[in-house]
Design a protein around this ligand. Structure first.
Ligand SMILES: [Zn+2]
Length: 162
């Protein structure tokens, strides 16, 4: 069973608990990167490619994505939200919803910039490596507070028919 399917089956409990789940999607905090508000959004159905998502799944995923990004944008120090899908570590399709904080720009130029400009892919990759910790280390109050805050604010109607 893949990592995401283990979270869905409650074998693994993400830090701060599940932020949002309905019949089609699950939103939770990243398991092992210590950046408050760094979220993972996946369909419940195990599928590996964006192009395999159904219209209903797409609709719920994008509604959830937009809300999550809008809420993260309000966190203190967040300048913008990176949204991407890579799928190299976990094959279960997912979006990374990554808040880019102002403090991240204090890193050395070679870590986050290319030709003097912020390089989003480079910054994202650098931060993921730098802030990776053991899942036990994720049991911090800032991660829990971010998860709780998001859970309280997110409001999605799961009324769509198949
Ligand atoms: Zn899976």
């Amino acid at each position: 069973m893949c990592l995401t399917c283990k979270i869905i089956s409650t074998e693994i409990n993400p830090p701060g608990g599940i932020i949002y789940q309905d019949r089609r999607v699950i939103l939770h905090h990243c398991l092992d990167i210590n950046i408050p508000g760094y979220l993972i959004l996946s369909p419940l159905r195990h599928t590996t490619q964006y192009q395999d998502l159904t219209g209903v799944e797409l609709a719920v995923i994008h509604t959830t994505l937009q809300q999550a990004a809008a809420i993260l944008q309000q966190l203190p120090g967040v300048e913008k939200i990176y949204i991407c899908s890579l799928g190299e570590e976990t094959t279960h399709f997912h979006f990374h919803v990554f808040p880019r904080y102002r403090w991240m720009l204090n890193e050395p130029d070679e870590a986050i910039r290319t030709d003097g400009k912020i390089d989003g892919a480079k910054l994202f990759s650098f931060m993921r490596v730098k802030h990776k910790i053991s899942p036990a280390g994720m049991l911090s109050s800032t991660i829990f507070a971010a998860a709780e805050d998001l859970r309280n604010q997110i409001c999605i109607s799961d009324g769509g028919a198949e």
